[in-house]
Ligand binder design. Structure first.
Ligand code: ADP
Length: 272
């Protein structure tokens, strides 16, 4: 559906993307990485808003349908109401059954009560939902959402994931986030992007499999050396370590959070 080959891009001395290759398929692909890992640069290149220094982007779509793109900080017309913004998007996208599509996204993103409200008066989270709603109008084959859940409360996050799940059969949906729980529920494929490079990719299960044998649970109160990446899970502490970290540690099945910790926990800790 969308093939990226050997994409590199620098800003002066900062290498934001380094030799990135990946073939995106229908379904949800989540790009996970901390701030500065190159997610926005990648999305801007995919959507044609930024030229790579080298490499190619090929969209092998089946028709001429549009790309739905939500940038991290969407630019919108502040004087438009929510209803006008959606109507305008439907016209730009030449959406068939525009009214039905607008009604669907209005319902899915909980925008009904804001129909008559001007964009300038919306909270950040509501603006984010409006932007996501716009991205799905016009039945795009490729939907690119840059940190779409950042400003959402837990209920809105659930509604967002439910909607993504409903639409993912008909489009390649790319989502960037640093929230692993957003990904674990809906992503068919996950990419870990670190300092502009793809570190590992696969389904959530495949990625967890790669870290098998490196995730340990310690009894409460254990002393963890500073150099060992760890996270609290209930009463226990989970750590990433190639060998038994302390006597009494139990080897456990990695979760996506553990994999994230292994890749981003500290320099030099990662999968080769
Ligand atoms: P992310 O979206 O994962 O936070 P970005 O793609 O925004 O990552 O940034 C990747 C790297 O490129 C960072 O080190 C960032 O500081 C740098 N960068 C991004 N945009 C610019 C820019 N316009 N000028 C200079 N450096 C930039």
């Amino acid at each position: 559906m969308l093939k990226l080959e050997n994409i590199s891009r620098s800003y002066k001395k900062t290498r934001a993307l380094i030799d990135f290759s990946y073939e995106f398929e229908r379904g949800v692909t989540a790009i996970l990485g901390p701030n500065g890992s190159g997610k926005t640069t990648l999305f801007n290149i995919i959507t044609g808003n930024l030229k790579p220094d080298s490499g190619t982007v090929t969209l092998t779509s089946t028709g001429a349908r549009r790309i739905g793109f939500v940038p991290q900080y969407p630019g919108m017309y502040p004087d438009f109401t929510v209803a006008e913004m959606l109507d305008y998007t439907a016209k730009l996208a030449r959406a068939e059954n525009a009214k039905a599509q607008i009604d669907e996204v209005t319902e899915a993103f909980g925008l009904g009560e804001y129909n008559g409200v001007r964009v300038r008066a919306l909270s950040g989270g509501t603006k984010q939902r409006l932007a996501s709603a716009q991205a799905f109008i016009g039945s795009p084959e490729l939907v690119v959402l840059d940190e779409p859940t950042a400003g959402l409360d837990p209920m809105q996050r659930i509604l967002f994931k439910n909607y993504i799940n409903r639409r993912k059969g008909g489009a390649a949906i790319l989502i960037s986030t640093h929230i692993t729980s957003d990904v674990a529920d809906v992503a068919d494929k996950v990419i870990f992007l670190r300092r502009g490079q793809l570190v590992t990719d696969g389904s959530v299960d495949e990625i967890c499999e790669k870290f098998c044998g490196r995730c340990w649970e310690l009894p409460a109160g254990s002393n963890v050396p500073d150099s060992v990446p760890c996270r609290v899970s209930g009463e226990r502490v989970r750590v990433i370590s190639d060998a038994t970290p302390v006597p009494g540690a139990i080897s456990v099945e990695p979760e996506l959070d553990d994999c994230y910790l292994a890749v981003f926990g500290e320099d030099g800790v990662g999968i080769s």
